[in-house]
Write a protein that binds this ligand. Structure first.
Ligand SMILES: [Zn+2]
Length: 398
């Protein structure tokens, strides 16, 4: 089964089925009448959409509940059916691949981490084998499709990693390669855009109005969305800020001085930690563990980075004025004091008066952002066009 990405509506706005499914995701179990009230859809539209969603196996009806004493009629609440379908997520990082299975609530049900060994074909081979093994272990639920997320320049429309310098992938047709290996439909996207999709669906609800996201790990990139539209750009290159200048004299591999990624990425911070004798091997988890154990120099290094990250976030915020900016950075997400330092850096650099704590938030998925973002690549499509997506991915029999 080889399919190309379909985008039924160029604006990528959810239809009524998607609106109902998201209301059930947010607040289920829930009465249809409450869905109508909260979404502004007519009761008839909610009723038709719910029937379609029940038929295709995304939601289920719960036992009838009596109305409050003397008020209202009994009703049949609806909720997500998390037992019928799973999706797979594959996340490509600098040194390893994460393979995971998620239910339609975005919860990770199984995952594995594979160190890279060899060229892209070898990495995709191992990921596909692992994915099919995880799925075989689960039994029961049907695997709908695969979401794939990676840093670097990713073109979802053609299913290609255009250029991801860190693992050295360029012009790799990931979608076709994975569809051939798994027999499943595959969707791919940049992991910053995928992380936004994950937040919008399963994380911070204010991101649904407008959101920017800054990812700082071994790679640095960004993304933004307004309403349902996660911006890709005509070259699918939106969010490529790795080589924007920050205040530093670090020489970057691109030949310029003071690039964001060369100065503030996990690799850059680790290099500094080794120079200062804080860690004796380039393993970020070592630095994180020390910082969490309140090792002064380790914490200081991460707090300094968080402050710099906050300054960069302020530039994005002043440019885009989003409702909220999500920062995905392991210090900010996990080490006490780092989120405050990022907010201090933000406040020191932004020129727009607003509540810093309200706009700058940490990721909703600390420790799980890789599998959840990869799964969100395909779950995002499912929540926009649920019935059409299930019919297309699972076959006309559903
Ligand atoms: Zn550079």
């Amino acid at each position: 089964m080889t399919r190309s990405a379909t985008v039924p509506n160029p604006a990528r706005r959810a239809g009524s089925g998607g609106v109902v499914l998201r209301a059930v995701l947010d607040d289920g179990p829930i009465a249809r009448s409450t869905v109508a009230r909260r979404t502004g859809l007519s009761p008839a539209t909610v009723s038709t959409a719910s029937t379609d969603l029940v038929e295709c196996g995304l939601i289920r009806e719960l036992p009838e509940v009596a109305g409050p004493t003397g008020l209202g009629r009994p009703h049949v609440p609806i909720d997500l059916d998390t037992g019928r379908f799973l999706v797979a997520g594959i996340h490509l990082a600098y040194t390893h691949t994460t393979v995971a299975l998620l239910n339609v609530r975005g919860e990770v049900e199984a995952r594995a981490r594979l160190a890279h060994t060899g060229d892209p074909a070898a990495v995709l081979d191992r990921a596909a084998v692992q994915l099919l093994a995880l799925a075989a272990d689960r039994g029961g639920a049907r695997l709908l499709g695969v979401g794939f997320a990676a840093g670097g320049w990713v073109d979802s429309a053609s299913g290609t990693i255009v250029d991801h310098p860190l693992p050295g992938w360029a012009g790799v047709r990931v979608r076709d390669e994975l569809e051939r290996r798994t027999g499943l439909a595959v969707r791919i996207d940049s992991h910053a855009r995928a992380l936004i999709e994950a937040e919008r669906l399963f994380g911070e609800r204010r991101t649904r109005d407008s959101v920017a996201l800054l990812f700082v790990g071994n790679v640095v990139d960004a993304a933004f969305a307004t309403g349902d539209d996660v911006h890709q750009g005509p070259r699918a290159a939106a969010g490529a800020i790795a080589h924007q200048p920050v205040d530093s004299d670090v020489v970057c591999g691109c030949g310029r001085v003071g690039c964001f990624e060369a100065t503030l990425s996990d690799r850059a911070v680790l290099r500094e930690a080794m120079l200062r004798g804080i860690v004796d091997r380039p393993v970020f988890d070592d630095l994180l563990r020390l910082a969490l154990a309140e090792h002064g120099p380790a914490r200081e290094l991460l707090i300094h980075r968080a402050f710099q990250v906050g300054r960069a976030v302020a530039r994005l915020a002043d440019l885009l004025d989003p409702e909220v900016i999500v920062v995905c950075e392991r210090g900010v997400n996990q080490v006490p004091g780092c989120l405050d330092a990022a907010r201090a850096g933000f406040a020191a650099s932004s020129s727009v008066p607003r509540g810093t704590a309200e706009i700058l938030v940490a990721s909703s998925f600390p420790g799980l952002s890789l599998p959840v973002s990869a799964g969100a690549v395909i779950l995002g499509e499912l929540y926009r066009y649920p019935v059409a997506t299930v019919r297309e991915l699972a076959g006309a029999s559903v």
